[in-house]
Design a binder for this molecule. Structure first.
Ligand code: NAP
Length: 249
């Protein structure tokens, strides 16, 4: 058993914390939003499909966990003004922000670089990298007000070692690791915000099925089974952990 598999988060680990989760309507983001709420957080559910966000909202409310907020936003289309409006809404409605889980991503096409469609390339890089940069930039002032804030980016194995045919997705994940490292270094020692990356590893979601259509899905864990690292990095037990890229499995 790894240290992270042995980690036992307290039930009120995230009590009174406000945490934004992107891509909260499906897959790993859905599991993370519910897990954070189950540990006491008020979760802001950001995603592009309102119906999915509403279903997560209903699940959280039915469990009696803190009432979440829904913020529909398509990261492909959002402008800096949209992110500023989000920051104002969080400030006005909740007063503070203690964490961001950058989870939303798109896979794009799995095809050789030689044939990679330029529009798809730009779309993937925008959703997976530029949108995360803009969202983070807009929310940094709110995070600075928290005594113990955490930003988590989501990486991938192909963001650490490039592999054939993973195209813009792999390159975007290298960039995500880079964004995390640059920001972590900028904030280290001058801010209480910690910045780290999670590589979830093979997990039973729609994106995994899209990337590996022939795979036996049963060999991969459900998102709910990989949440220990998501809790550890978001909560106070990871104070002082800065600039790391860690594996959830
Ligand atoms: P998923 O089930 O496909 O979920 C992705 C989420 O991102 C969905 O909620 C989706 O919203 C949202 N999203 C996509 N494009 C968006 C946009 N333009 N604006 C707003 N939201 C958008 O994928 P997943 O497997 O849970 O992936 C979660 C993260 O883990 C991703 O960063 C992925 O790269 C990473 N990851 C996953 C695996 C794995 O094996 N599953 C492995 C390594 C890394 P809709 O539902 O509305 O489309």
């Amino acid at each position: 058993m790894t240290a992270i598999e042995k980690y036992q988060p307290s039930q009120d680990l995230l009590k009174n914390r406000v945490i934004l989760v992107t891509g909260a309507g499906d897959g790993i983001g859905r599991a993370a939003a519910k897990t954070y709420a189950a540990h006491g957080a008020t979760v802001i559910l950001l995603g592009r499909t309102s119906k999915k966000l509403e279903s997560v909202y209903d699940d959280i409310v039915a469990q009696g966990w803190p009432q979440p907020l829904i913020h529909p936003l398509d990261l492909e289309l959002a402008t800096p003004e949209d992110y500023d409006q989000l920051a104002s809404a969080i400030h006005d409605e909740l007063g503070h922000l203690d964490g961001i889980l950058h989870n939303a991503s798109m896979l794009g096409k799995r095809t050789p670089i030689a044939n990679y469609d330029v529009n798809t390339w730009c779309q993937v890089m925008h959703v997976n990298v530029t949108a995360q940069f803009m969202l983070t930039q807009a929310l940094l002032p709110l995070l600075e007000k928290s005594p113990d804030a955490s930003i988590i980016f989501t990486s991938s194995g192909v963001g650490r070692k490039g592999r054939a045919f993973w195209g813009a997705y792999a390159v975007s994940k290298f960039a995500t690791e880079g964004l995390m490292e640059v920001l972590a270094d900028e904030l280290d020692g001058i801010s209480s915000i910690r910045v780290n990356c999670i590589n979830p590893g093979a997990t039973r979601t729609r994106m995994r099925a899209q990337a590996y259509p022939a795979e036996d899905v049963k060999k991969n864990p459900h998102p709910e089974e990989i949440m220990n690292l998501y809790l550890y990095l978001m909560g106070p037990d990871s104070q002082g952990v800065q600039g790391q890229s860690l594996n959830a499995q």
